[in-house]
Write a new protein. Structure first.
Length: 349
């Protein structure tokens, strides 16, 4: 069952209505750029302990909403809890990022995973959602998320983050049938996980395909678009009115095919997309979200003002959610976030 926060401006935009002022939230808004986050992170122990301790994770989720008055809270968690719930050991080393073991380097490695996602192993995530839901004002949406199958697979295959996703790409080229079995497993796991998030109380979810942009045209269709379409269809069988934002970062002009083939409610735009293309080809048919460059937010000053104005000019007047084109950078000054928000709010006051 989905929640009843019908006065959320974000849900209004996802229903294709134009908001007088575009609602605002930021990817990775709950995180390292906030001193209150760093303080809690130090108390928690490991990163996964922070994700899986509902009192801590709920507090982290709420911190940026309290500080900035964002129009949505985004669940504090990580896309790699899904491999964890499929039987891979996931750890986060300070300064090194995630480590997953054993790495699924061939189709034979799939036998080391469980056949279905263990939702009990993710019970703390659903408790976090319930805690945040009860603490949020009615006008503030609560967003859940998961990583798209291709992006999650890149970590599962390599066993860690890589700059160009070569291990997963090679696996997919050398054994597409075997790789498809991994994608199929992740599609079903994503459906089950997202449905459970809705039942716990989220208003909408975002499907993050962070590494979609490294795929060639045919591979983009097979490993990004088709799995996303299956997730949307499967999720709506369980949650008929599920609101979903799709974010295939780096898709470029392939975003048009993604929109045509994946019936998400809104399309997330990275900072690399041509804004006139996005407005004319995408936003003319679907609400959009984005696309401020995180580096412009880090830069601040006149450059930030120019970029905020350019985003608003490109996408205002149609259904639009103001956001970054990817996650906020940890070194971003709080004053720059405040500057950005003043600019967005003043332009439509």
């Amino acid at each position: 069952m989905t929640s009843s926060h019908t006065d959320s401006t974000i849900l209004s935009v996802l229903a294709k209505r134009v908001s007088p002022r575009p609602p605002v939230w930021l990817m990775r808004q709950a995180g390292r750029y906030l001193p209150e986050y760093r303080e809690l992170r130090a108390k928690a122990g490991s990163f996964l302990d922070l994700c899986f301790t509902p009192a801590f994770a709920a507090e982290v989720t709420l911190q940026p909403v309290r500080r900035f008055g964002f129009d949505a809270a985004i669940l504090f968690c990580d896309i790699l809890v899904v491999p964890h719930a499929l039987g891979q050991t996931v750890t986060f080393e300070a300064g090194e990022g995630p480590h997953l073991a054993p790495a699924i380097e061939t189709a034979a490695g799939l036998s080391q995973l469980t056949g279905t996602v263990d939702l009990d192993a993710l019970g703390a995530v659903f408790e976090t959602i319930a805690r945040v839901r009860s603490a949020l004002p009615s006008q503030t949406a609560l967003l859940g998320f998961c990583g798209a199958p291709w992006t999650v697979a890149t970590y599962m295959v390599a066993g860690h983050g890589t700059p160009d996703q070569v291990p997963a790409r090679l696996f997919a080229y050398r054994d597409p049938v075997g790789f498809e079995k991994l994608i199929d497993l992740l599609v079903q796991a994503s459906i089950d996980y997202l449905a459970a998030q809705f039942r716990a109380g989220v208003d909408a979810v975002q499907l993050f395909d962070t590494w979609a942009g490294v795929l060639g045209s045919a591979e983009f269709d097979r490993w990004c678009t088709k799995p996303a379409a299956r997730i949307v269809a499967g999720l709506r069988q369980k949650i008929p009115d599920a609101k979903i934002i799709g974010f295939p970062r780096g898709a470029g002009t392939s975003l048009l095919r993604y929109m045509e083939d994946v019936p998400v409610d809104a399309i997330g735009l990275d900072w690399m997309i041509d804004r006139s293309f996005a407005r004319n080809k995408i936003q003319s048919r679907r609400p959009v979200q984005g696309n401020l460059d995180p580096l412009a937010l880090l830069a601040g000053g006149a450059a930030l003002d120019r970029e905020v104005d350019a985003v608003l000019e490109a996408f205002s007047g149609r259904p639009f959610i103001f956001n970054l084109g990817h996650g906020i950078l940890p070194e971003t000054p709080i004053a720059h976030v405040e500057q950005m928000l003043r600019r967005v709010r003043k332009s439509h006051s």
